[in-house]
Design a protein around this ligand. Structure first.
Ligand code: CP
Ligand code: NVA
Length: 310
């Protein structure tokens, strides 16, 4: 049985199998052809942080696959009153078929997975957001940017930057990350990614100059400067990220046909200008929709793995 905790747990072939499934199921969904790949299955969805896309896409996704989603807010669960995570995992994984968790610490997610009898999916932690990156790659393919893309990530060296690193490192493409010095990626995650890059041929570049990162690239992306849990640092962060906004003068350094991705929610006037956001709205909202399709690919793949190992 496999879990989906970080992208580095998979080979390129495995990630591409999930993407292929997502593309097939997306095409079927567009034809109103709902194949019950996960009939009668229940997906538990534990949220310790807010969400719009993750909740709606997982709940709708499992329903369209013939199953049902259970929204479990950590404040309503006994977890919120001190029941240990490992007990929660041992209980609910005897009733559910799959679990998605959005939480703070990656180590909590890993602990849950260790005690779970069913596949566990990372719906975002402080360290990673792997389902979003599968979605972003699906979107890149759809917009013709799947073949050896040069990508630039501008802004905070956060969970999104880390998952970009692993995606590039596993699939073997070029990623340039530009962050202020005080907001670089976690050095341990960078070194894991560099190790993977040695075999995949990925080129991972780091710096503090957004223009150098974006120059001649195919895909530009960013994320909020203030992630969930960092609300108290907001005023300081806004000062520290000055000069890191993705806007038209910066986009002018990318290829003419470069696309701009944003996982959303976006804070216009901060990490992205209103003009750049609206110019790329078609890609951005296709990306948002693709959460539904990419995660179906992941869930069906995890289910197939379980069935072949039984
Ligand atoms: N991009 C993303 O994960 O959005 P939500 O926080 O709304 O789920
Ligand atoms: N880095 C952001 C991503 C939100 C989808 C956060 O963790 O809040």
């Amino acid at each position: 049985m496999r879990h989906f905790l970080t992208l580095r747990d998979f080979t390129a072939e495995e990630l591409l199998e999930m993407i292929e499934l997502a593309r097939t199921i997306k095409a079927q969904t567009k034809q109103h052809e709902y194949i019950p790949y996960l009939e009668h299955q229940t997906l538990g969805m534990i949220f310790e942080k807010s969400s719009t896309r993750t909740r709606v896409s997982f709940e709708t996704g499992i329903y369209q696959l013939g199953g049902v989603g259970l929204f479990l807010s950590s404040t309503d669960l006994q977890l919120g009153r001190g029941e240990p995570l490992r007990d929660t995992a041992r209980v609910i994984s005897r009733m559910l078929d799959m679990v998605m968790i959005r939480t703070y610490k990656q180590s909590d997610l890993e602990e849950f997975a260790r005690y779970s009898r069913v596949p566990v999916i990372n719906g975002l932690t402080d360290s990673y957001h792997p389902v979003q990156l599968m979605t972003d790659y699906l979107t890149m393919l759809e917009f013709g940017k799947g073949d050896n893309p040069v990508c630039a990530y501008i802004g905070d060296g956060n969970n999104m930057a880390h998952s970009w690193l692993y995606l590039a490192a596993v699939l073997g493409f070029e990623l340039r990350i530009a962050t202020p010095e005080a907001y670089q990626c976690d050095p341990q995650i960078v070194s894991e990614a560099q190790k993977l890059a040695e075999t995949s041929g990925a080129k991972l570049l780091f710096g503090d100059d957004p223009v150098a990162a974006v120059s001649g690239c195919d895909v530009v992306t960013t994320d909020t400067w203030v992630s969930m849990g960092q609300e108290e640092e907001k005023a300081q962060r806004i000062k520290d990220f000055e000069g890191y906004q993705v806007n038209e003068p910066l986009m002018a350094h990318a290829k003419d046909d470069a696309i701009f991705l944003h996982c959303l929610p976006a804070y216009r006037g901060y990490e992205v200008s209103e003009e750049t956001f609206e110019k790329h709205a078609d890609v951005i909202f296709t990306e948002a929709e693709n959460r539904l399709h990419a995660q179906k690919g992941i869930m069906v793949w995890l289910d197939q793995q379980r069935n072949t190992s039984e």
